[in-house]
Every structure is written in structure tokens, then in C-alpha cells.
Design a protein around this ligand. Sequence first.
Ligand code: SF4
Length: 269
Amino acid sequence: MAASPGPDETSTSPQPTVVLAARAAALDAAFGMADVPERLSGIVAQAAGPVVFTTSFGLEDQVLTHFIATAKLPVIFATLDTGRLFPEVYALWQETEERYGILIRPYYPRHDAVELYVRQNGINGFYGSRDARKSCCDIRKVEPLGRALAGADTWLTGLRADQSAARGGVKLAEADAARGLVKASPLIDWSRERTLAFAEANDVPINPLHAQGFVSIGCQPCTRAIRPGEPERAGRWWWEDDAAKECGLHVGSDGKLARAKIAPAEAHA
Ligand code: SF4
């Protein structure tokens, strides 16, 4: 397996928001009705710099990994290891690299920030308050994501529109003004059922926790299985209000959080 250069090693100049918005609109127009392989090849072809796919090894991310890897597209795989993931995620990480012959670039939180957080809040301090939880997500996810995407031209995500009410407005492509890149979600109009059926039909490795009711899988202490009829993301930060439970990783085209009332620093699932 050969490591790809990271986006921060081949950085491009930031593009004006109007240019990003025009590029996103062009992708929507050209590939909004296309299948996933065509969307991916079109997204990669329009990129003016590195294309980065951030995976958390969820069902959608695994299917997208399958599409990207089998087409051998020049995409950089990246993941955020918060240090609090399920053991099953680490096993799937290795299995995925071996299955597809890829290297997934890891990004870790700053050790000094984690050490200070735990000293001040305790090892599970995120249960104490929403602010404490947001601060933990900021340190373990948002800051490392910024490094993973530094210098990227295009960001690929496994978002689907129907994952929660708050994600309903996500488009195939949109301008991420805050990061100065185009953000594209090739599975945007797929249902969970379609995604799971594709994974099963194509022997895509997926997390065994999905079969135990864990639908949206994040950090171990902040994820539970959901009951029949509950929304997909009900198992994330279940002790908080349901209105907009996100970790702050996705922002809207205006540079503000798309589903943001709990966003870290209001600046940036
Ligand atoms: S999901 Fe939980 S453990 Fe993970 S970064 Fe957020 S608060 Fe911390």
C-alpha cells in the first residue's frame, strides 16, 4: 500500500466563496441525477486540488470507500481517531485498508488539549454539560478535521439527506465557505436501506455493531443502540435535546453550522 500525499503537502490557494458556489452548482446540475460512480468521477475531475474523503467507518462511509477504491480514484482517505472509538471501529479500519489496498490517513487530537480537558472535566466530563460535551468534540474532532482538510480543494462525505431532519437540506455539492472548499456527498439521495443492500450485495465490510441496533456510530461513550422507530441519530448524545445533535463537523454554504445549535464555537457527524 502506498501512502498518498496529504492535502497539507500539496496545498492550493483559498478560492472565493462565489467561485466555490458556482462550482458546487455546476456539480449539482451535471451530476445530481447521475449514479454514484459518475458523480465521483465528475467530482474528482472538476477538482482544482486535493480531494479528501473523511471516513468514520459508518455504513455510508464504507460504501463510499468501496466506490472510490474500486474505481482507483485519486482521493485521499482520512479519519479522525478521537481516542474514544469502539474496538469494532479499529478492527474495521484495518480490515478496510487490507480489503481495498488503501491507507487511511489518521488525525489525532492535540495531546496537550486532551490532557488539559481531562484534568479540568474528568475522563468522562462530556456527560456533565452541553458545553463540556461541545468542548470535547471540538478538541477530539473539529480541530483534527481542520488539519485533515487543510489545503483540500474538495471534501467528500458520506452524508445522506434523510439521516435526520437537520440533514435534510444537504445537497450533492455545496460551498464550504469557512474552509474554502467544495463539499460533496455522493450518497446524498440514498436511503439507509439502499445503502445496506448495496453493502450486502457487494460484500462491503461494515461494522458488526450495525446489526445490534447501532445505526450512527461515533465515540463509544456517546453512542447507544436505537429502538425501533427512533430517528437514526437518536443514539448519539442521547442525554441531550434531539433538535440538532451534531459534533460540529459540517457547516453550511454560508460558513455557519448547518445544524448548529450545539456547535463548537459556532464556527464549524
Ligand atoms: S462524541 Fe463524545 S467522546 Fe467523542 S469527541 Fe464528542 S463528546 Fe468527546
